[in-house]
Design a protein around this ligand. Structure first.
Ligand code: NAD
Ligand code: DAU
Length: 333
C-alpha cells in the first residue's frame, strides 16, 4: 500500500536523488521538509509527478512544524544536514544546530507520534584507515570522527541509538560512503573539478591526493535506503558501500581524461586540516541480510555520465560557481 514519507533534506543532493528513486520504484507520496540552504536547489525536484511530491520549506529544528508534519506521515527518512567538511572547519556552529539539535527535534517527534524513522549517516563517523590497512569499516568499528562535520554526524547517530534503546523509537541507521551523481553541489570534489574544466579553470587537488574515498553512485545509495526502510530490522545499523575505493589523484586524472584534457592539467593546493586518509566500507551485512547489491559498479561509466549531466545542466550549477571558487581561493584551495 502506498505510504506517505517525510523526507528531510529532499532538495539536497542525495535527498533529491532519493525522492526521484521513490517516484520511480514505488507508489508512495513524499513530503519534503527542507530549509533550502545554499546547498539545496528546488530545481532538483523538477520532473517529479505532480501531486505525489510536496515541498515544505522549513527548519528541522522547528519543533511545532516538525510535530505537525509527523502527524500525517507513515515514515520519516532523515537526510537534512550541513554536509560539507570544509565549511565545518570554517564555521562549525550550523553543523551543531542542524545535525545535532535538528536530529534531536525529529527524534522527539518520532517518539511522540510513534513513527518509523530512518537516519542517514556517513562512514566518516568511524574516522579514517591507513592506506595499507586491509581492514574496512563494519557496523562494529568504534566511532572516531575527525572533523566538526563528522563529529556532529556521530553525535546524531548516538542520539538515534539512545532514542531506540530508552524510548523504543522504531529507527534504523545507515552509514554510507562518498556519493557521486546528478544534483551534487559543486562545492564537492567531483562536481567542482568537472565544472572547473567546463569553465577553463584548472582542477584543484588537496595535498598529495593520495587520500582514498570509497565511491558509490547516489542511485545505489537510494536503492539501499529504500531496502532498509522496507526490510531493515529495528534498531539496526547498516553500512552502505559499493567497493569503489579510488585515490583522489586517480579520480582527478580520470575526470580530465574523460573531458578530453591532459591528465596532468591540475594544481596541487593546500591540504585540508585533519584530512582523513582513507575510507572503505564492508557492506556484507546489507548485502547478505537484506539482499541489496549496487548496480553502478563501473565507476568510469558513472563518472562519464556525471560529466554529461553537468555539461547538460549548466543553468542548475552556474549561479553558485563564482561564490564557491571565491570561498576556496580565500583558503588557498
Ligand atoms: P546536501 O548538503 O547536498 O543537502 C542537504 C540538504 O539539507 C539541503 O537541501 C539543505 O537545504 C537541507 N538542510 C540543511 N539544514 C537544514 C535544516 N536545518 N532544516 C531543513 N533542511 C535543512 O547534503 P547531501 O550530500 O545530500 O547529504 C545528505 C545526507 O547524507 C546528510 O545527512 C549527509 O551527512 C549524508 N551523507 C552524505 C554523503 C555524501 O557523499 N554526500 C555520504 C554519506 C552520507
Ligand atoms: O564519506 C562520506 C562523506 O563524503 C559525506 O559524509 C560528506 O557529506 C561528503 O561531503 C563527503 O565528504 P568528503 O570530505 O570525503 O568529500 P569532498 O567531496 O569534500 O572531498 C572528497 C575528497 O577530495 C577529499 O579527500 C578532499 C578532496 N578534495 C576536495 C575538494 C573539494 C580535493 O582534493 N579537492 C577539492 O577541491
Amino acid at each position: 500500500m502506498a505510504r506517505r514519507l517525510l523526507v528531510t533534506g529532499g532538495a539536497g543532493f542525495i535527498g533529491s536523488n532519493f525522492v526521484h528513486h521513490v517516484m520511480e520504484h514505488t507508489d508512495d507520496h513524499v513530503v519534503v521538509l527542507d530549509k533550502l540552504t545554499y546547498a539545496s536547489n528546488k530545481a532538483s525536484l523538477e520532473g517529479c509527478p505532480t501531486g505525489r511530491v510536496e515541498l515544505v520549506v522549513g527548519d528541522i529544528t522547528d519543533a511545532p512544524l516538525v510535530d505537525e508534519l509527523f502527524e500525517n506521515v507513515d515514515a520519516v527518512v532523515h537526510y537534512a544536514a550541513e554536509s560539507h567538511n570544509d565549511n565545518s572547519l570554517d564555521n562549525p556552529r550550523p553543523f551543531l544546530d542542524t545535525n545535532i539539535v535538528g536530529t534531536y527535534t525529529l527524534l522527539e517527534a518520532a517518539r511522540r507520534h510513534g513513527r518509523r524513522f530512518h537516519h542517514i549517516s556517513t562512514d566518516e563517523v568511524y574516522g579514517d584507515l591507513e592506506l595499507d590497512d586491509p581492514a574496512r569499516f563494519t557496523e562494529t568499528t568504534p566511532y572516531n570522527p575527525s572533523s566538526p562535520y563528522s563529529s556532529t554526524k556521530a553525535g546524531s547517530d548516538l542520539l538515534v541509538r539512545a532514542w531506540v534503546r530508552s524510548f523504543g523509537v522504531e529507527a534504523t541507521i545507515s552509514n554510507c560512503s562518498n556519493n557521486y551523481g546528478p544534483y551534487q553541489h559543486i562545492e564537492k570534489f567531483i562536481p567542482r573539478q568537472i565544472t572547473n574544466v567546463i569553465r577553463g579553470i584548472r582542477p584543484k587537488l588537496y595535498g598529495t591526493g593520495e587520500n582514498v574515498r570509497d565511491w558509490i553512485h547516489a542511485e545505489d545509495h537510494s536503492a539501499a535506503v529504500l531496502t532498509i526502510l522496507d526490510r531493515g530490522v529495528m534498531g539496526e545499523t547498516y553500512l552502505i558501500g559499493a567497493d569503489g575505493e579510488k585515490d583522489n589523484k586517480t579520480v582527478i586524472e580520470l575526470i580530465l581524461t574523460l573531458m578530453g584534457q591532459d591528465a596532468g592539467a591540475y594544481d596541487h593546493v593546500k591540504d585540508r586540516p585533519g584530512h582523513d586518509l582513507r575510507y572503505a566500507i564492508d557492506s556484507t551485512k546489507l548485502r547478505t541480510e537484506l539482499g541489496w547489491a549496487p548496480k553502478y559498479v563501473d565507476f568510469e561509466a558513472g563518472l562519464s555520465a556525471a560529466v554529461d549531466w553537468y555539461r547538460a545542466n549548466e543553468a542548475w550549477w552556474a549561479p553558485s560557481k563564482d561564490g564557491v571558487e571565491a570561498f576556496y581561493a580565500s583558503k588557498g584551495q
